[in-house]
Design a protein around this ligand. Structure first.
Ligand code: PMP
Length: 344
């Protein structure tokens, strides 16, 4: 059993959530002179709901998670930053992250003056739980896992993740930004079993709503309560809350686009391993492929000249010679396949 009090920074533990006059008010009222807003009614003159209740209720239904176990933020990047600010004492505590993985964990660690302990994935880009558990100590508050992992595309071994959840004394974050593309089930179903689990998801990928900036963190009500103490009061704007509700109404559209993306992912992968390409393509559970093209810098520059931008991962650990290519529309995928035929 984890002790949340031992994991939370002392100053944060002692804080109360920001409370606006409008939160505190109970009853009927039609005149609001409490928040120094402009009184003339437009779509935007009032502050948005700081706890995003309506949106959380929708997400609760969709995901089968209680609203008290949901935090919503300005992208999942906000949740990543809040995890450091809530649990890691600057200049003292550490965080564990896998390598290679999503760069924001290290950026936020550096920003918050928190030491990163990086654990190299094995040659299949998979996880060895023991290597993480052996780094556990009183100062190591959190481990970041990303499954499916960015930039490698694979899902991490579920048994190894469970071993970490069972034995690691700190918090275990599983970033599931790409879960909708995955053949593996989400860890949301394990929230009740593991009080140290935080699952991150987002509307930025399969839901097609990166511009809205809506990230979700799912965890015990106690952990969510800690986020609510330290988040900016109005961290998700009214246009974002409304747009997110509209996007979530259209699950059918998302499922249809997802179907095409998965079909195209398989088609791209099959084409790229065959002549004339003969590239190594790593198995992907996400909406991108990590492709070993040989001279990645050259290929990247050539593609840019053709008006196609991909992500050059040549300088990333274990990804020498690799490009990360997002699965696009069928037409876009045709274009990149054509362009890749003629790299000089
Ligand atoms: N996690 C991973 C693994 C990602 O790849 C990304 C975006 N590239 C994010 C989180 C951030 O997502 P959001 O748009 O919700 O901030």
């Amino acid at each position: 059993m984890i002790s949340l009090e031992k994991l939370v920074r002392r100053n944060v533990w002692n804080m109360k959530p920001y409370s606006s006059a409008r939160n505190e008010f109970h009853g009927e009222a039609s005149v609001f002179l409490d928040a120094n807003e402009n009184p003339w009614n437009t779509a935007y003159n009032r502050y948005p709901d700081p706890l995003q209740i309506q949106l959380k209720e929708r997400i609760s239904k969709l995901k089968g998670v209680e609203t008290s176990s949901i935090f919503l933020g300005n992208g999942s990047d906000e949740a990543i930053d809040l995890i450091f600010r809530a649990f890691c004492e600057p200049g003292m505590d550490c965080a564990i992250m896998i390598d290679p993985s999503y760069g924001m964990y290290e950026v936020c660690a550096n920003l918050n003056n928190v030491e990163c302990k990086k654990v190299l994935l094995n040659s299949n880009f998979d996880l060895d739980a023991d290597k993480i558990i052996e780094l556990d100590d009183n100062w190591t508050k959190v481990v970041f896992l990303c499954s499916p992992n960015n930039p490698t595309g694979n899902s991490l071994n579920r048994n190894e993740i469970c071993k970490i959840l069972d034995r690691f004394q700190g918090l275990v974050v599983i970033d599931e930004a790409y879960i909708d593309f995955s053949s593996q089930p989400s860890f949301l179903s394990e929230l009740d079993k593991y009080p140290n689990l935080i699952v991150l998801q987002t509307l930025s990928k399969a839901w097609g709503a990166a511009a809205i900036r809506l990230g979700m963190a799912f965890a015990s009500p106690e952990i969510i309560g800690v986020f609510n103490k330290i988040k900016y009061p109005y961290n998700v704007s009214k246009p974002s809350q409304e747009a997110a509700l509209a996007v979530l109404e259209n699950e059918k559209n998302m499922r249809e686009e997802l179907r095409v993306i998965l079909y195209e992912r398989a088609r791209l992968e099959k084409a790229l391993v065959e002549p004339p390409y003969m590239f190594k393509v790593y198995p992907s559970d996400a909406n991108f492929l990590l492709v070993e093209v040989g001279n990645a810098n050259n290929a990247y520059n050539y593609l840019v000249k053709q008006g196609i931008v991909v992500r050059n991962r040549n300088n990333v650990t274990m990804c020498r010679g690799c490009l990360r290519i997002t699965v696009g529309t069928p037409e876009e995928n045709k274009m990149i396949l054509n362009a890749l035929k003629s790299i000089p």
